[in-house]
Design a protein. Structure first.
Length: 546
């Protein structure tokens, strides 16, 4: 873990003003009507799942006194600047807050897609360009955001100081792709065959837009307040007439230069989450973003299409084989990582981990892969006595077995002979019966990382969470939630020094809870994704021709 990445260089800047010509004061209107949540509240609430509150800044005109009072009441951060020269407002804010990377949002888009922001954040942590522009393609209008470097924001020439450049913050960046690298990424969390989604308006310019937004909020607000593109797609399929409300509202558009450079195709086949769990899918989405940054046209698939067998494939579906000539295998026991077209994203007993002498100590270099967000230094200090338990999709009986075991070591239990835990947070599994167990059924990945950072212990099963927790230097222990996970847990204990507890049914006989960090010196190297990129680059470019 490098520890050099920092979230404090990235800021979400939301431009907002009351003086909209088509729909004045819309940003302070309630969504839905009659509620206490305004446009600004919805945006701030969503951004908080990704950013620290100190990185969410509303950029408003100096004359918007009503907005200023509202933001003060809510305790939201804001910056005052020119009403007409919006780009200048952004530039001065970037200078004041020391922003190096900027997520630009507008206050008339209350339902930004959280997953899209997450993957754009991942991309920013990989981008090395001084000048760049970054966004997702194919999203409904109003659900996406754009990103750019502060260097690009401040870029100045005789051709970038026209009136349209002052009003439209990033237009001077998009108009000169020869200077500012343009990254237009395919969203990894839904497929592009739904091209009609980009025609949907989930933004507010006029009263009709507001009507649709309120209808959507009434549908999702109570049960799923952080709904995203997937839910909008589902809603459109079930009720397409709903979106006719604002279909005729005009949208300002600019004719921008288009890149004609063809991209090389690659398919990533991941294990279906219902069968293999979500680990395969999650890491493949992050891998998709990484490969797109290097010019690849990536398609994520959960089933094999024989008509595309001429396209190079990356397989993250364990030991299954497919008739593809150019294949790369992830965690496939039939393809150990001693060839150029295979690697392990997780350690496995079938492939020995070698120990080498290093200054009279033993060190294991362990290559793994996860989202670059896992390596970010958030400056979060662990809370003594807090344990995070990741239970995935365990059923009610399995969840209760874990809870019963952990409560024996809680300081709230008088009968506990060795109290360790001041608080227990279980993510996943089924709702606990004991109120002492804090429970979250689902959580966004950035929020999960924050909870992990603030925990002293991590209890999970052999998998991606284990790797990330070990890389963070946490006290990690493993559970055997299945026969294969029990064997992998025993392997982790004997080879990596990661404590293994027992199978779930055997937990009742475990008398002590391991209070230790990983005993061996392990050098965790997040580089498995670079091996895949090297493999792709080594393939003859002719195979990518249609």
């Amino acid at each position: 873990m490098s520890g050099t990445l920092s979230t404090h260089e990235s800021f979400a800047f939301i431009q907002a003003r009351l003086g909209s010509t088509r729909f004045p004061k819309k940003i302070l209107k309630p969504i839905p009507e009659g509620s206490n949540s305004t446009f600004l509240d919805h945006i701030h609430r969503r951004l908080k799942t990704i950013f620290d509150e100190t990185q969410i800044i509303f950029l408003i005109p100096e004359s918007d006194e009503e907005s200023i009072q509202f933001l003060k009441t809510r305790g939201y951060q804001y910056f005052l600047g020119s009403e007409m020269d919006v780009r200048d407002r952004f530039r001065k804010a970037a200078k004041q807050f020391g922003a190096k990377h900027i997520f630009r949002l507008t206050a008339d888009n209350p339902f930004v897609d959280i997953d899209s922001i997450r993957y754009l954040y991942e991309a920013i942590l990989e981008i090395k360009d001084k000048y760049y522009s970054l966004s997702m393609t194919g999203l409904p209008l109003g659900m996406g955001v754009e990103c750019f470097s502060a260097e690009s924001l401040f870029y100045q020439s005789n051709d970038t100081d026209l009136e349209r450049h002052k009003e439209h913050v990033s237009l001077h960046i998009k108009e000169f792709p020869e200077i500012h690298k343009q990254y237009r990424l395919t969203p990894p969390h839904f497929q592009q065959e739904f091209g009609f989604l980009s025609q949907l308006r989930i933004t507010v310019d006029e009263e009709k837009d507001y009507q649709l937004i309120c209808e959507i909020a009434n549908i999702f607000g109570e049960t799923n307040p952080f709904f995203g593109v997937a839910e909008i797609l589902s809603l459109y399929k079930s009720n397409p007439k709903l979106f006719v409300i604002n279909s005729e509202v005009a949208q300002i558009a600019f004719d921008l230069p288009k890149s004609e450079k063809p991209k090389r195709k690659v398919n990533i086949l991941y294990g279906n989450p219902n069968e293999y769990g979500y680990g395969h899918y999650e890491r493949c989405k992050s891998l998709s973003i990484y490969l797109q940054l290097y010019g690849y046209d990536v398609k994520l698939i959960s089933s094999f299409d024989s008509s595309e067998r001429q396209i190079p494939h990356i397989f993250d579906i364990r030991e299954k084989e497919f008739p593809v000539s150019n294949s790369y295998y992830i965690d496939n026991l039939n393809h150990p990582p001693n060839h150029t077209n295979a690697c392990y994203f997780l350690p496995h007993p079938s492939y020995p981990i070698s120990e080498t002498s290093l200054e009279k100590t033993f060190s294991i270099k362990l290559s793994y892969y996860s989202s670059p967000l896992s390596e970010v230094d958030r400056g979060t200090k662990p809370i003594p006595g807090k344990i995070l338990v990741y239970a995935g999709q365990l059923d009610e009986v399995q969840s209760k077995e874990i809870d019963t075991f952990l409560l024996r070591f809680s300081h709230h239990r008088v009968e506990s002979k060795n109290p360790l835990f001041q608080s227990i947070l279980r993510i996943g599994g089924q709702k606990p019966n004991d109120p002492e167990i804090q429970y979250v059924e689902r959580i966004s990945y950035p929020e999960f990382l924050r909870e992990m950072d603030s925990s002293e212990w991590i209890c999970t099963y052999f998998g991606q969470t284990m790797m990330e927790a070990c890389a963070k230097g946490k006290k990690v222990c493993l559970l055997g939630i299945s026969e294969i996970h029990a064997k992998l847990g025993q392997f982790a204990a004997s080879t990596l020094g990661i404590p293994y507890l027992a199978t779930l049914s055997e937990l009742k006989s475990v008398e002590r809870f391991p209070n230790q960090t990983v005993s061996k010196q392990i050098n965790y190297v997040r580089d498995a994704h670079t091996q895949i990129l090297n493999w792709l680059n080594s393939i003859d470019s002719k195979i990518y021709e249609k």
